[in-house]
Design a protein around this ligand. Structure first.
Ligand code: BG6
Length: 496
């Protein structure tokens, strides 16, 4: 059923990025190192690696992205930048020096909003510093002023896989309750400084990635189940304290949760598959039940009981969680994952996406399935569960775009993906009445892939000349999808 209808006038169309994948200038302007700065490049088949050294023995080495999430680092090792490795975040696609040009391109497309993250280590280089770094604060102020010039509303993620590295080394990351105060101090500093310039904040990008990527999600270097549970708890308390601080600083500010939403489908109609889906989804819903719903769900408490996990908590933590839950729920959603308890061919564990091939869906070169119905399903599920406004802050398709002989990038596959996905979210609004605030397509200007560290896995409306070895002029070229998205925004989503 295809319904032709416009999106609401106030709908926030735009694009999304993250400092560690886009900004570069990793040591300029007084910035400290963050956890992303010790991640090497990888590929679809070769995982990214965390580089480390042992300060006592002088030994150096690397641990894969996946292994650090399961086993942590070898005894005595601390994450460190080493000579002889390529770290894609260090220059990324250099928004730091291209922000005026890039924002101009966003304005040309008609963006109403732009999602970016503030790199925490640019403001507090070690995370626990007494005073903020003025140069870092001034940089983002210039960015927000530039956005204001074009009437583009910033949507700011406070922590997008960018825990200051010193907090990972000296405190073991978010496992330590001290990080609650450090984070709230950081959040308060920026909310005060950008009062009147920034209305929308997100606390932790894809907070549920604590389940399988605790180093990325929270600088956790010793990922036992107990430590992951504690790190998540500390982030929940920090989120609530941020909501509380926002209300005191400026009641206009809205603070949202950011969830990685990867819905699971059953491969067969065997009820065992349905139970598997339910259990896997609990690992996601736990995070939104607490942060947006305001309560610890029983299924999680029972799991903690079974595993002997005991939180270092305070009675007031639960009052905060209840009284200062997120104002809205934002999420990333790229497609769906199909799972089964049965043995089947075609298991594809590429990148972050697990599960089996869904015979009804197409996939890209990294094995990510395109699902034309996923956004309508996701929006209905989340709206029914929480009755709070929603915001799709990541959706898109990674593709190894090629520059044609005419110098252009003909990315019709991207246009097709977005046509399907935007139609699906339009159905959720017009047919089902879901309250959706906006849509920011992921990686609107080409940037480094978080999962693989590659440049060739591109998402943007704008091509950036840079390759997987870090070579290129960084020149920006609009792709065909750039002109298509401009038309979509201008027609309020009617002309897809
Ligand atoms: C989300 C992250 O998981 O997916 C982004 O919030 C990331 O940081 C995006 O870039 C796409 O994943 P990838 O691995 O293709 O970059």
């Amino acid at each position: 059923r295809k319904i032709m209808a416009k999106f609401p006038k106030e709908f926030l169309w735009g694009g999304a990025t993250a400092a560690n994948q886009y900004e570069g200038a990793y040591l300029e302007g007084g910035k400290g190192l963050s956890t992303s700065d010790v991640l090497t490049n990888g590929s679809h088949t070769e995982p990214r690696r965390v580089t480390w050294k042992n300060p006592d023995t002088g030994e150096t080495g690397t641990t894969s992205f996946f292994e650090i999430g399961q086993k942590g680092l070898p005894n005595g090792a601390v994450p460190a930048v080493l000579d002889g490795y390529y770290y894609p975040s260090h220059e990324a696609t250099d928004f730091y020096h291209h922000y005026q040009e890039d924002i101009k391109l966003m304005a040309e497309m008609g963006f109403k909003t732009f999602r970016l993250s503030i790199n925490w280590a640019r403001i507090f280089p070690n995370g626990d510093d007494q005073k903020p770094n003025e140069e870092g604060l001034a940089f983002y102020e210039k960015v927000f002023q530039e956005l204001k010039k074009y009437g583009i509303e910033p949507l700011v993620t406070l922590s997008h896989y960018e825990t200051p590295l010193a907090l990972a080394i000296n405190y073991g990351g978010w496992v330590d309750r001290s990080l609650i105060d450090f984070f709230v101090n950081y959040a308060t500093t920026v909310m005060k400084r950008y009062k009147g310039l920034v209305k929308y904040y997100l606390t932790f990008n894809e907070i549920n990635c604590m389940e399988f990527m605790p180093f990325m999600a929270g600088g956790v270097t010793d990922p036992t189940p107990q430590n992951k549970a504690q790190a998540a708890h500390n982030q929940f308390v920090a989120s609530s304290l941020t909501v509380k601080a926002a209300r005191e600083i400026d009641p206009e500010i809205k603070v949202g949760q950011m969830l990685a939403y990867g819905p699971r489908y059953t491969y067969t109609c065997d009820p065992k598959d349905q139970l598997l889906v339910m259990e896997e989804m609990q690992d996601t819903f736990f995070y939104s039940d607490v942060q947006t719903g305001g309560y610890y769900p029983n299924y999680r408490l029972k799991y903690y009981e079974r595993e002997g996990i005991k939180l270092d908590d305070r009675p007031e933590d639960y009052d905060l969680i209840k009284n200062y839950s997120a104002d809205f729920l934002s999420f990333s959603c790229y497609g769906s994952t199909t799972v089964t308890t049965h043995e089947v061919d075609g298991n594809d564990g590429g990148n972050f996406i697990m599960g089996v091939k869904n015979p009804y869906l197409k996939t890209n070169a990294w094995g990510w399935a395109t699902d034309p119905a996923v956004l309508r399903l996701a929006l209905n599920t989340l709206y029914d569960r929480y009755r709070k406004p929603l915001w799709i802050v990541e959706n898109g398709i990674g593709w190894a775009d090629q520059v044609s002989e005419d110098g252009k990038i003909h990315d019709d596959y991207r246009i097709e993906y977005l046509q399907e996905n935007i139609s699906s979210m339009r159905d959720a609004i017009t047919i089902d009445g879901v309250d959706l605030m906006g849509y920011t397509m992921w990686g609107c200007i080409d940037l480094v892939s978080a999962g693989t560290g590659e440049m060739r896995k591109r998402y943007g409306f704008v091509y950036v000349d840079k390759d997987d070895e870090g070579k290129g002029t960084l020149a920006r070229t609009p792709k065909d999808s750039f002109y298509w998205y401009k038309k979509v925004i201008a027609s309020q989503g009617e002309d897809l």
